[in-house]
Design a protein around this ligand. Structure first.
Ligand SMILES: NC(=O)C1=CN([C@@H]2O[C@H](COP(=O)(O)OP(=O)(O)OC[C@H]3O[C@@H](n4cnc5c(N)ncnc54)[C@H](O)[C@@H]3O)[C@@H](O)[C@H]2O)C=CC1
Ligand SMILES: C[N+](C)(C)CCCC(=O)O
Length: 505
């Protein structure tokens, strides 16, 4: 088992320095795998939000923006690359903090840190490329006007992020917003903020101008709500539950503030009868048991062609029995604890409701017997599910998959689209034409073919319907933080000639 690190005691990271929260309150950090309190984080309130937003505003306009918001993208790229390098230097201690804070297996947390560094590097490249995209000419059907566009940073951005991928979800927002020239106030989830606070320490080490990135930890209603309604915040970017997303959108609407929302999901994985069963089983497991199913894009509904359903479920159970469920720091752990007691209770309730509604718990459904403490739930497979059941309709955000059989392609598509959500969908089949047809027919922002969950920083990420709107990652992620200005010039020597000139007499 890896050594337990000391948990750094941090303040709020505002204006390039550490500050105690105005009301002096702190929140405990609980290791969900042991239930032990391992540290604490500051609890910001509206007073701190004021100070952080003011620091971000000052940094945005400092020296007319010469050193940040209007500086060449190449200048900002250097900071992004320096942050990526520091993340790599500190990879093992950051991964350990992430695992202790969230309960995810250390191997997963290590992978997250790779993705974090890669995301900063990717947006460093895009920041540089932005310089070449300025003054893009617009082709016009006349000669007396010339137009071009400028891509400008949207301003001060408020970011509210979740606990399932604490530093990675923050990075998906922070990296492109910094690349664009925005300044930012980040409010990570109170359930897992440690690595985001360490990002503050890294910003100091790389000499990021003060106030460009501010990090305030605290509770949603106390710190997140005043950030989303703040009149001096130009945009809010949010990842989290659909309920909170609605609140944020309502608050932002009062100021006609743009929002991007990455919310929940109830994505389906469709498996046809022409597949290699074991390969498909492994993707089905990765789709729902990775990060203990606490993934917005988790393929939590498994649709099996009736011809292979029985054989598939037998193999799924056999593979699932083999998952190492353990303390996240144990070698080979593939399923850690869920993030908190609240989430643990919520998942157990989903399972008991499924049972009481008539579904069968084919495997799992309880606390693993060998783990007495910690918020552990067995990987759970639920069958005999009808489309009116809660387990079919609602996001569990836990290691719980529900299974249905289908006969035809159109039935599979109909079942997959039978949800208010629209984040992701996946299909496994050896018939490539069928996969293409299904990728068009699914009402979702992401489709995986012959896999589930792989996420590439270059490709757009986001959902439709109640999974939200706006796209992160790729060039779309940068556009989120840019506003387009048209500049139009009259270039004829002739007078405009609309009004009658006054008499020269
Ligand atoms: N789409 C996703 O990636 C995520 C989905 N969820 C879903 O949400 C459920 C509940 O988890 P929670 O941690 O309660 O999610 P949440 O949506 O309440 O929390 C996400 C973030 O929003 C903040 N927040 C909460 N209330 C707020 C408010 N009124 N104004 C502004 N910010 C606010 C939180 O402090 C946190 O930083 C999960 O069971 C899961 O179904 C949770 C986290 C991530
Ligand atoms: C694709 N993955 C698992 C790396 C991240 C998913 C992001 C999310 O849950 O919001």
């Amino acid at each position: 088992m890896a050594a337990q690190p000391t948990i750094p005691r941090r303040g709020l990271f505002i204006g390039g320095g550490w500050r105690e929260p105005s009301l002096g309150r702190r929140l405990p950090v609980i290791n969900p795998a042991t239930e032990a309190t391992i540290g604490d984080i500051p609890a910001a309130t509206a007073e701190d939000v004021e100070i952080a937003v003011a620091a971000a505003r000052e940094a945005f306009s400092r020296d007319g923006g010469r050193h940040w918001s209007r500086a060449p993208g190449a200048v900002r790229a250097k900071f992004l690359r320096a942050i990526a390098a520091k993340i790599k230097d500190r990879q093992s201690d950051l991964a350990l903090l992430e695992a202790l804070d969230s309960g995810k297996p250390l191997d997963e947390a290590n992978g997250d840190m790779d993705d974090v560094a890669a995301c900063f590097e990717y947006y460093a490249d895009l920041a540089e490329a932005l310089d070449g995209k300025q003054r893009s000419p617009i082709s016009l059907p006349m000669e007396n006007f010339k137009s071009h566009t400028l891509k400008e940073p949207i301003g001060v951005v408020g970011m509210i992020t979740p606990w399932n991928y604490p530093l990675l979800m923050a990075t998906w927002k922070v990296a492109p917003s910094l690349a664009a020239g925005c300044t930012t106030v980040l409010k990570p989830s109170e359930l897992a903020s440690l690595t985001c606070l360490e990002l503050g320490a890294i910003c100091t080490e790389v000499g990021l101008p003060p106030g460009v990135l501010n990090i305030i930890t605290g509770l949603g209603p106390e710190a997140g709500a005043p950030l989303s309604s703040h009149p001096d915040v130009d945009k809010v970017a949010f990842t989290g539950s659909t309920e909170t997303g609605k609140r944020i959108m309502t608050a932002a609407a009062q100021m006609v503030k743009p929002v991007s929302l990455e919310l929940g999901g109830k994505s389906a994985l469709i498996v046809f009868d022409d597949v290699d069963i074991d390969k498909a089983v492994e993707w089905a497991m990765f789709g729902i048991f990775f990060n203990a199913g606490q993934v917005c894009s988790a393929t939590s509904r498994l649709l099996l062609h009736e011809k292979i359903a029985k054989q598939f479920l037998d193999r799924l159970v056999a593979w699932t029995k083999n998952i190492k469920v353990s303390d996240p720091l144990e070698e080979g752990c593939r399923l850690g604890s869920v993030v908190s007691e609240g989430q643990y209770e919520k998942i157990k309730k989903f399972i008991s409701t499924a049972r009481s509604e008539g579904a069968t718990i084919l495997y799992g459904g309880a606390r693993p017997q060998h783990l007495r403490r910690g918020f552990f739930i067995e990987p759970t497979i639920i069958t005999d599910v009808s489309t009116s059941m809660q387990i079919w309709r609602e996001e569990v955000f836990g290691p719980v998959v529900c299974v249905k059989e289908f006969r035809t392609e159109s039935e599979a598509v109909e079942l997959a689209n039978d949800t208010h959500y629209g984040l992701a969908g996946a299909v496994i089949s050896n018939d490539q034409d069928r996969c293409e047809r299904i990728s068009k027919a699914l009402h979702s922002g992401i489709v995986w073919i012959n896999c589930s969950q792989p996420t590439l920083v270059q490709a757009p990420w986001g959902g439709n319907k109640r999974s939200g709107f706006g796209r992160e990652l790729g060039e779309w992620g940068l556009e989120n933080y840019l506003t387009v200005k048209q500049v139009t010039k009259y270039c004829s020597d002739e007078p405009w000639g609309w009004y009658q000139p006054p008499s020269k007499l």
